[in-house]
Design a binder for this molecule. Structure first.
Ligand code: DX5
Ligand code: ZN
Length: 232
């Protein structure tokens, strides 16, 4: 895995572009993954939905295991499920590299993050757009990835929500003030225009489904996204 050793992965800051497989054409999954890998994707983002935490149902560990065989890109697995701790082991065994749980689904975020790290994986904590940041910000010290949802989780193709830049900036403030080695990801409605807004607010990791996989040329779309978030 071409990743920096623990302790230096997020700092100094480098932008990561992470295509979300949810919007790919699953009848040609291997080709879709290969195309974004060739185009320079940093991680492959995999949205796991349980029909309870969010209305939709998507993948369990078996498709993740298949994706593991298709690529050496780090698999960034976003668990939109209730009681995520029940599934950590299965997704770890399936080959996930990062496991991201939702603040709203865990009573003790520090414990959840510890349980992920104990399996040798990067640990992420996501927050829905409507959840106050109060309980989130103190948990960042145990995170490898802070994931600020910029749409209501549950499906791709929604517009980036207006209040997002303030929330991103509040998270960035804590990461910088406390010198945390933590990526700041944004997920939902990310396209070249909103990625730039999010980058200005402090994001360094950009999850994008529709704007990459539904573009006429995903390779070009990924490059355009990266270009917009790199400093001029
Ligand atoms: C939404 C998912 C996202 C989704 C983003 O619940 O967490 O990762 O795939 O899709 P777009 O980029 O289309 O908003
Ligand atoms: Zn996601």
């Amino acid at each position: 895995m071409p990743e920096a050793p623990a302790g230096s992965w997020a700092r100094p800051r480098r932008n990561r572009i992470c295509p979300s497989i949810l919007s790919a054409d699953f009848s040609r999954l291997g080709d879709e993954i290969a195309a974004v890998a060739r185009a320079g994707a940093d991680f492959l983002h995999v949205d796991v939905m349980d029909g309870q935490f969010v209305p939709n149902l998507t993948f369990g560990p078996i498709p993740v295991q298949a994706m593991r065989r298709l690529t050496s890109l780090p698999l960034d697995v976003h668990l939109m499920v209730v009681e995520p701790l029940r599934f950590l082991e299965d997704f770890a065994k399936a080959g996930a590299d990062h496991l991201i749980v939702h603040l709203e689904t865990v009573e003790d975020p520090a414990r959840a993050l510890r349980e992920i790290r104990a399996r040798g994986l990067r640990a992420g904590l996501a927050i829905k757009p409507g959840t106050p940041l109060q309980r989130y910000l103190p948990a960042l010290s145990a995170c490898d990835v802070a994931l600020v949802m910029t749409v209501e989780p549950g499906r791709g193709g929604q517009p980036f929500l207006d209040g997002s830049p303030e929330r991103i900036a509040a998270v960035r403030e804590v990461i910088d003030r406390e010198k945390l080695d933590c990526l700041l990801g944004v997920d939902g409605g990310i396209n070249p225009e909103t990625a730039r807004i999010a980058a200005r607010a402090g994001a360094d990791t950009f999850i994008a489904g529709n704007s990459i996989f539904c573009a006429p040329d995903p390779t070009e779309a990924l490059r355009a996204l990266r270009q917009r978030v790199e400093p001029a």
